[in-house]
Design a protein around this ligand. Structure first.
Ligand SMILES: [Zn+2]
Length: 420
């Protein structure tokens, strides 16, 4: 048992119980509890809490079964409080309009809202036509085209100027343009993460991305094309740059997913894992997003089309399971992120990762230490140590016994303040 002293938002001392003077006010008796560092949502999208048009506000409120004329500030504060109450003290926002997220964070700094620390990427970046173009109608600036070096320069200057902490790239990039973006991002001290966009047809192979300096990948499928057996990779190659939704590409995806033998080259997968460990590369699998695939079409009887869909879904999830399980066993850092804005998303994602065999201690690091390291803030966050910011979650039950205990929250400290 330990006494933990918090002074001016910082962990000032960790002593054996009974030693020294208790300076923390209010003194909180956490006997029998378990302290973990404040949790990070590593793949969030908070644009629904940012500066949105009045029409979009009413739509968001209605979607959440609230009266469309509800008080907006109250709604935003409720959502932010829900994160803190669950011990989520950090959110890594990996895609949303830059001005909207900047406004949200500024409002928190000005004291208008209280909530987790938000580190945002701003827009998704890729070569047009844009994968998420339709989102720009509701959230202008959600996704932005990058075609020239001038576009890269302008965008990175803007990100740096408007408080972004990272850069989010989509897989549809010319290889040399992405390499240029990486160079410029290093100058701005902005880490870059890469989202595969679609499962199979990647313009940027994972090994190349690692070679030029990418140190984080979003979604389990980021590795899929790189670890397929040679015959499948040769079959994909001619279609790699055509639209994923084209009939040829869909047919090839179906063919691979309904193939009866193992399509993964285990040696290639092991080599990729080793490369990730050697270069300190992490992955945020967002298993939450696979849930609809895992639970759909489970009720018999199914017609032929549904049975085929089910087979494809099952195979796809099995492949993702193999990839993530192998990565975790090899010591790759797995981040905890659920790909939306649910306050309970971190807890749910920890449960899915546990179901797939990841050990509780690794899951907790993936929601605390690893994201802090990736973003370059582990001198202040990610562990419970003297001189680190006092972001703490006190649990009633031990999360190392069962990761579901991450939901037994007794108390939360954010920047040294007790969240009542
Ligand atoms: Zn996402």
């Amino acid at each position: 048992m330990k006494n933990l002293t918090i002074r001016e938002g910082v962990i000032a001392g960790i002593d054996e119980a009974g030693a020294g003077t208790l300076e923390t006010e209010p003194f909180l008796d956490c006997q029998g509890g378990y302290a973990v560092p404040g949790l990070w949502e590593c793949h969030g999208h908070l644009m629904e809490l940012g500066a949105v048009s009045p029409e979009v506000r009413s739509m968001i409120l209605t979607n959440q079964n609230l009266p469309s004329d509800s008080d907006w500030d109250h709604h935003v504060q409720d959502q932010l409080t829900a994160f803190l109450k669950r011990g989520v003290t950090h959110i890594r926002d990996v895609g949303g309009p830059l001005d909207s997220l900047e406004t949200l964070v500024q409002s928190m700094r000005n004291g208008q809202y209280t909530g987790p620390d938000i580190r945002y990427a701003g827009p998704m970046l890729e070569k047009p036509p844009l994968h998420w173009a339709s989102k720009n109608r509701r959230y202008p600036g959600f996704t932005v085209p990058i075609e020239t070096r001038q576009d890269v320069d302008t965008m990175l200057d803007s990100l740096a100027c408007h408080g972004a902490s990272l850069v989010k790239t989509f897989n549809k990039f010319d290889q040399d343009m992405l390499a240029y973006l990486l160079e410029r991002a290093v100058e701005h001290h902005l880490p870059v993460t890469l989202d595969p966009g679609c499962a199979l047809y990647h313009w940027i192979p994972m090994e190349y991305a690692i070679e030029i300096g990418i140190r984080c990948f979003e979604h389990a499928q980021a590795a899929l094309p790189s670890v397929l057996k040679t015959e499948w990779r040769s079959e994909i190659e001619p279609y790699r740059f055509s639209p994923p939704e084209s009939e040829e590409n869909r047919a090839l995806f179906r063919k691979i997913m309904t193939h009866s033998d193992d399509v993964i080259d285990r040696e290639r997968l092991r080599d990729l894992c080793q490369l990730m460990v050697d270069r300190d590369v992490c992955i945020c699998p967002t298993l939450f997003t696979l849930q609809p695939m895992r639970t759909r079409f489970t009720d018999a009887p199914l017609n032929a089309g549904e049975a085929l869909r089910r087979k494809i879904n099952e195979t796809f999830c099995d492949l993702m399971h193999t990839i993530i399980d192998t990565m975790a066993s090899a010591g790759v850092k797995i981040l905890v992120g659920h790909d939306s804005s649910f306050a309970r998303g971190v807890a749910l994602e920890t449960g899915f990762l546990s179901e797939w065999g990841i050990k509780p201690a690794e899951i907790i690091k993936g929601a605390t230490l690893y994201p802090a390291q990736w973003i370059g803030a582990d001198d202040l966050y990610g562990t419970i140590e003297v001189n680190k910011i006092a972001d703490l979650v006190i649990l009633d039950e031990n999360p190392l016994d069962n990761i579901a205990n991450i939901e037994t929250v007794r108390a939360v400290y954010h920047q040294g303040k007790w969240i009542d």
